[in-house]
Design a protein around this ligand. Structure first.
Ligand code: HSE
Length: 298
């Protein structure tokens, strides 16, 4: 049997919701998987990802077989990487979520989708990319032991995303190392209030609250220095009066929440701005909400 998995990019944190809020985007990785003797991996584009036994899809699927107590013969994987790697758009979550969904299908679905959500979040260490990657939409999620409690809603009608993607990678581990171990209580309270407002406002379509909901003191102030050019891009977003803006996940992508109807105009303005700033090689993508990961037998 051979399966094909489509799995979306995600934008995590939404500013204040560090490690707990995220949304699926309409930018996808495709993965084909079938059992084979040993490891055979084809990277079907120019993405710089490993094509050997260290490949994240391969290792995740292998571990899933072991967890299910099933012999692992090896896999033939074909992989298309629509999601730029190490840019805060959930590329590794997409590999983990896609591998779990594909392997589960190959094994005759021993796990429910909820169980895959749990496994993906535990593998990642936080649920804010992997959960929307599997479920789609906008998600608020918490890990309780090895279980994820997730609330999901559609992205509000008319809300779009403008991703400004630097020409350099930022590894999540490095971006997490930049964070302090403790924070002042006032900063914790500041973020609690804003992430609650963000979650409720996304659920209720209260777009006027998103700017406040995205304010953050837990991670972005410490990460800005890792993304040269970020301050200028946030300044551009403010000038354009977008709904809200934040570092997407751990970065390096800078995300604006925008009226979907302004996607073309704002993309053109962002490209012109990057040119003026000399930020050549940076990319601008206007995106919409994404579907949760889907698997088909082919
Ligand atoms: N919540 C995680 C972080 C997302 O900010 O480190 C990583 O993509």
């Amino acid at each position: 049997m051979k399966v094909r998995v489509q799995v979306p990019a995600t934008s995590a944190n939404f500013g204040s919701g560090f490690d707990c809020l995220g949304a699926a985007l309409d930018l996808y990785n495709l993965i084909e998987m079938e059992e084979a003797d040993g490891c055979r991996i084809e990277i079907c584009d120019d993405a710089a990802v490993p094509a050997d036994e260290t490949n994240l899809i391969y290792t995740t699927a292998r571990d899933f077989y072991a967890r299910c107590g099933r012999p692992f013969p090896g896999l033939h994987i074909r992989q298309w990487n629509g999601i730029p790697t190490a840019r805060g758009l959930g590329s590794s979550s997409a590999c983990i979520a896609g591998a779990l969904l594909g392997a589960n299908e190959l094994l005759g679905r021993p796990c429910t989708l909820d169980e895959l959500v749990d496994l993906a979040a535990v593998a990642e260490g936080h649920p804010d990319n992997s959960t929307p990657a599997l479920l789609g939409g906008f998600v608020a999620a918490a890990i309780d032991g090895d279980h994820v409690i997730a609330c999901r809603c559609p992205v509000p009608e008319g809300l779009g995303f403008l991703a400004v993607i630097p020409d350099f990678e930022l590894k999540t581990a490095d971006a997490r190392r930049a964070l302090p171990d403790t924070v002042p209580r006032a900063d914790g309270v500041y973020n609690l209030a804003r992430s609650a407002v963000m979650a409720m406002s996304m659920a209720q379509g209260r777009l006027e609250n998103l700017a406040l909901g995205a304010e953050d003191r837990l991670h972005q102030p410490y990460r800005l220095g890792l993304i040269p050019g970020a301050e200028a891009v946030f300044g551009f977003f403010r000038e354009q009066e977008v709904y809200a803006s934040f570092i997407s996940g751990a970065g390096s992508t800078l995300m604006a929440l925008i009226p979907a109807g302004r996607a073309e105009e704002l993309s053109a303005a962002a490209r012109a701005f990057l040119d003026r700033e000399g930020l050549h090689g940076w990319q601008v993508l206007a995106l919409g909400p994404g579907q949760g990961a889907a698997v088909h037998v082919i």
